[in-house]
Design a protein around this ligand. Structure first.
Ligand code: FE
Length: 332
């Protein structure tokens, strides 16, 4: 889906006609609109967005220096790290960015900057699981959960992030055993998205599932899914030697950004506490700038201590994580 991309392409070929900035986004239009509108209002810079479903890195590589894109918007450290490795980003640094984005949520070299976080938590049946029963991620491999866990595919980036974090905490051997344990506790083969697991809890197929926090908000918004949401508690497990696993939504400047100055202005705007709160609210996420707060609905799910692993460390283990998931045939 493209909004005004034709204009963006034309202007890239004949630049400097207008103040503008061009985005490639994996994030949905309704999440970006409040931000892009506020940015244009504040700066007069027009924002053109191409919404992509997949293939962003391939597209940037194919377009090379002729790409109209200045900024890329996506979620998950895996995807951000993959963009950096493909060479389609460039390092950016500024005082405003550093002030508002804590060190563990940006690339030390400045290639990507986090804007919001989401935690990967446990949804647990209100009827069949006592909130105190789930305390750690490690515990999910305990035989007491046999036949009681539902989850999406082990190869999905959300799972890979969690498995990579487990490797960072405990090493590969431990993580392999853990994955085998979790697999043997599954109520059914991994399938569907995070919300489908909560539906399965509601339907009595399983008792706990892994999912990202914001889906609770999304389910409550949806008439058909409200019942699913109301059948579960949000529990925040921790690593035995750490906190709750979080991932980010983030932004990166493309290597070829034709409107570099405007792109930096937009990054700084996005990192500002006000913009983070708008962005976080749109998807029930957590803003990360000092002094910012999630909306009440999100805060009501409970407080947690985010794991303090640097996301770069997690990203560094993602290939190993995928190999382990395949080795134990997690989805099989
Ligand atoms: Fe998601």
């Amino acid at each position: 889906m493209f909004l005004r991309l034709t204009t963006a392409l034309t202007l890239a070929a004949a630049p400097a006609l207008a103040q503008e900035v061009n985005l490639y986004s994996y994030r949905q239009p309704e999440l970006l609109a409040p931000l892009t509108d506020a940015f244009t209002e504040e700066t007069g810079i027009k924002v053109n967005v191409a919404f992509l479903e997949k293939g962003m890195v391939e597209r940037l590589k194919a377009e090379g220096r002729r790409s109209p894109a200045d900024l890329i918007f996506t979620v998950d450290i895996s995807r951000l790290a993959a963009a950096v490795e493909a060479g389609v980003t460039q390092p950016v640094d500024s005082e405003a960015l550093r002030e508002n984005v804590p060190a563990q949520y940006h690339d030390p070299d400045g290639n990507w900057w986090g804007l919001t976080t989401r935690a990967r938590i446990v949804y647990a049946s209100k009827d069949r699981v006592d909130p105190g029963e789930v305390t750690t991620y490690e515990d999910l491999a305990d035989p007491k959960w046999e036949g009681r866990i539902c989850t999406r595919s082990g190869t999905h980036v959300y799972t890979i992030g969690l498995v990579a974090a487990m490797i960072a905490h405990h090493g590969e051997d431990y993580t392999k055993t853990w994955l085998e344990g979790v697999k043997s506790n599954l109520a059914r083969k991994p399938q569907g998205n995070d919300r489908a697991q909560v539906k399965a809890i509601w339907a009595g197929e399983c008792d706990i599932s892994l999912g990202n926090t914001y889906y609770m908000g999304k389910m409550l918004e949806d008439e058909e899914q409200t019942e699913w949401a109301n059948s579960v508690n949000v529990l925040f497990p921790e690593f035995e030697d750490g906190g709750t696993h979080v991932n980010i939504s983030g932004v990166a400047m493309t290597a070829s950004a034709p409107n570099k100055e405007n792109a930096l202005k937009m990054m700084e705007f996005l990192a500002s506490p006000k913009a983070q709160e708008i962005y976080a609210a749109a998807n029930y996420e957590y803003p990360i700038a000092p002094g910012t707060e999630a909306i009440d609905t999100v805060q009501a799910w409970g407080e947690f201590e985010a794991d303090d692993l640097n996301l770069m460390d997690i990203a560094g283990y993602r290939a190993q994580a995928l190999r382990l998931v395949e080795t134990v045939d997690f989805d099989g």
